[in-house]
Design a protein around this ligand. Structure first.
Ligand code: HEC
Ligand code: HEC
Length: 282
């Protein structure tokens, strides 16, 4: 069945997948600047896998090595740009992020590991990007940043990087997080597009296999925004949209209900993995 699916994906996309080739996740451990990173851990109750695996384990040795050292990681430039923005006055109130939140190394430690969270004001889950916009508009008299515009990825990377090494953990008991989780699960397993593929077709059924020149991981989100060697700093909803485009389906908008639900569910699927932001990927 698995082999059939991979052959199907290869045929349908007309791309040279190495049908059925197995390339298991490597047996290797990650420390970033001396901080131990959990790249494999026991899955939470109700998870389809026994073990949750970081995408790092599916990358080539060279890519894995670049992740180990902040000086080598090209994504760290974005983190530094995020730090500059953090300290920059924006909006009519004459405030910077630091005016209220002071030193991000203290105030934002652990924050990135627990998003998306329930936002009582909007009665929806909120992610780091939308929380930044909330502070910009409600606290600073500034404009919201459009998807992937003006430092959004950089500020998000900076905030998440403050949780480097900390385990991803969502609070699903808040508000209606559980029903968004349910909705996200539906999206994850729904087959869409001309290729009739679900997220699960690639990241669950075909996990560990090769597709094109790429090694299929569990599609975890613990390293976002990630630095992709072929295309630079990549936000999570950009990645979601890219994967959906590959099934030749219509792409939901960034921050739409579908993608917020998906972010909630897929983040849960990585419970216990360390935050790796900015992770280096292919
Ligand atoms: C005038 C004070 C103020 C400023 C300036 C401000 N914030 Fe906030 N921020 C808050 C308050 C109050 C909260 C908690 C309530 C909420 O969610 O709005 C918060 C919450 C947050 C959180 C979530 C923290 C958590 O524990 O969940 C993040 C992330 C954040 N802000 C980022 C930023 C960023 C990035 C900027 C600059 C673009 C910024 N804030 C500017 C007041 C501020
Ligand atoms: C046709 C196969 C395919 C489908 C369907 C697909 N993806 Fe992917 N996805 C990939 C490939 C290939 C990669 C890059 C290699 C890897 O990490 O698996 C990737 C990477 C990712 C990553 C980045 C992982 C990391 O460690 O940085 C995430 C997150 C992701 N996918 C989520 C999804 C979600 C959510 C869906 C459903 C909306 C989906 N994908 C559907 C093929 C697919």
């Amino acid at each position: 069945m698995k082999r059939l699916l991979i052959a199907g994906v290869a045929l349908a996309t007309g791309l040279a997948a190495t049908a059925g080739a197995i390339a298991d996740p490597v047996d290797d451990t990650l420390e970033i600047d001396g901080t131990p990173i959990v790249t494999r851990t026991a899955a939470p109750e109700g998870h389809p896998f026994d073990e949750v695996l970081s995408g790092w384990l599916f990358r080539e040795a060279e890519t894995r090595d670049v992740s180990r050292d902040s000086f080598e990681n090209p994504g760290m430039i974005a983190v530094e740009d995020g730090e500059t923005l953090w300290n920059t006055v924006m909006g009519s109130e004459g405030k910077s992020c630091a005016t209220c939140h002071d030193d991000a190394a203290v105030s934002m430690k652990g924050v990135g590991a627990s998003f998306p969270k329930w936002d009582a004001d909007s009665q929806k889950p909120i992610n780091v990007e939308l929380q930044i916009n909330k502070c910009l508009t409600e606290q600073m008299g500034a404009e919201a940043i459009g998807f992937n515009k003006k430092g959004q990825r950089e500020l998000t990377a900076y905030i998440k990087h403050q949780s480097l090494g900390m385990p991803v953990k969502l609070d699903l008991s808040e508000g209606e997080m559980q029903s968004w989780w349910d909705k996200g699960k539906d999206v994850y397993y729904a087959r869409t597009g001309q290729l009739n593929l679900a997220c699960a077709s690639c990241h669950e059924v075909a996990m560990g296999k090769m597709i094109r020149a790429d090694h299929l991981s569990q599609g975890q989100v613990n390293g976002f925004p990630t630095y992709r060697l072929k295309s630079g700093l990549t936000s999570l909803h950009q990645r979601f949209r890219g994967c959906i485009r590959d099934t030749r389906a219509e792409q939901p908008k960034a921050f739409s209900d579908d993608l917020m639900a998906l972010e909630t569910y897929v983040t849960w699927r990585g419970t216990g993995l360390s935050v790796e932001t900015p992770a280096v990927r292919q």
